[in-house]
Design a protein around this ligand. Structure first.
Ligand SMILES: O=C(CO)[C@@H](O)[C@H](O)[C@H](O)[C@H](O)COP(=O)(O)O
Ligand SMILES: [Zn+2]
Length: 190
C-alpha cells in the first residue's frame, strides 16, 4: 500500500472498528490491576521505543490522574531511569535492563504490563520470565501473532494488525481504557 494520509487513516479506522473483540481481555486486565492496587501491590510497565513512551504515559495516568481527582495509584515505568538503564546495559546486557529492575523492585502480587508490537523483544521477554519467578502477574500487550510473549503471559492482549504504528495506536487506546476501568473498579471514578 502507498504511504499516504488517506491509506493510513483507512488502515487505522479499519483496525479500530475491529477492536471490540478485545473487550473481554481489556476488562480482565483492568480487574487484575485494580485487585493488585486494592491489595497494596503495584503496577510496573516496560517496552522499547514507542512502547517505552506508552509505559511512561500509562504509569503517569496512575500516579497522577486520568479522569478524576483521586488518590495516587502506585505504578512505575521501568523505562525512565537512565542511570539504571545505562548501568545495567553496560555492566550486564541490554536484555537485562527491565529484568534486573524487576528483580530489585518487584514483589509477589504486583502486575507487569509488558508492551511489544512484535511480541519478541528480548529485554521484554526476559522481564516476563523474571516477573513470573517473583509471582508477578504479567499482562502482555502485543500485535501481529503475539510472538513469544503470547505463551508467557498470564493475560495476552494481541492487537489484530501487522503494522507497528497501528498496533501502537491501539496500545495507547487500550492503556487509556485500562486506566478508566481501574478507576471505576476501585470506585474512584466520578
Ligand atoms: O515507535 C516506533 C515505531 O512506530 C519504534 O520506536 C519502535 O517502538 C521500536 O522500533 C521498538 O524497538 C520496536 O520494538 P517492539 O515493539 O517490537 O518490541
Ligand atoms: Zn511509533
Amino acid at each position: 500500500m502507498t504511504f499516504t494520509f488517506a491509506s493510513n487513516l483507512q488502515e487505522h479506522q479499519l483496525l479500530f472498528q475491529s477492536l471490540g473483540v478485545l473487550e473481554p481481555e481489556v476488562i480482565q486486565a483492568s480487574e487484575l490491576i485494580a485487585k493488585a492496587f486494592a491489595s497494596g501491590n503495584k503496577l510496573m510497565l516496560c517496552g522499547n521505543g514507542g512502547s517505552a513512551a506508552d509505559s511512561q504515559h500509562i504509569a503517569a495516568e496512575m500516579t497522577g490522574r486520568f479522569i478524576k481527582d483521586r488518590k495516587p495509584l502506585p505504578a512505575i515505568a521501568l523505562t525512565t531511569d537512565t542511570s539504571a538503564l545505562t548501568c545495567i546495559a553496560n555492566d550486564y546486557s541490554f536484555e537485562d535492563v527491565f529484568a534486573r529492575q524487576i528483580g530489585a523492585l518487584g514483589r509477589s502480587g504486583d502486575v507487569l504490563i509488558a508492551i511489544s508490537t512484535s511480541g519478541n523483544s528480548g529485554n521484554v521477554i526476559k522481564a516476563m520470565h523474571v516477573a513470573k519467578e517473583f509471582g508477578i502477574q504479567v499482562i502482555a500487550l502485543s500485535g501481529r501473532d503475539g510472538g513469544q510473549m503470547k505463551s508467557l503471559a498470564n493475560l495476552s492482549i494481541i492487537v489484530p494488525s501487522q503494522t507497528t504504528a497501528r498496533i501502537q495506536e491501539a496500545h495507547i487506546f487500550i492503556g487509556h481504557l485500562i486506566c478508566g476501568l481501574v478507576e471505576k473498579h476501585l470506585g474512584l471514578a466520578g
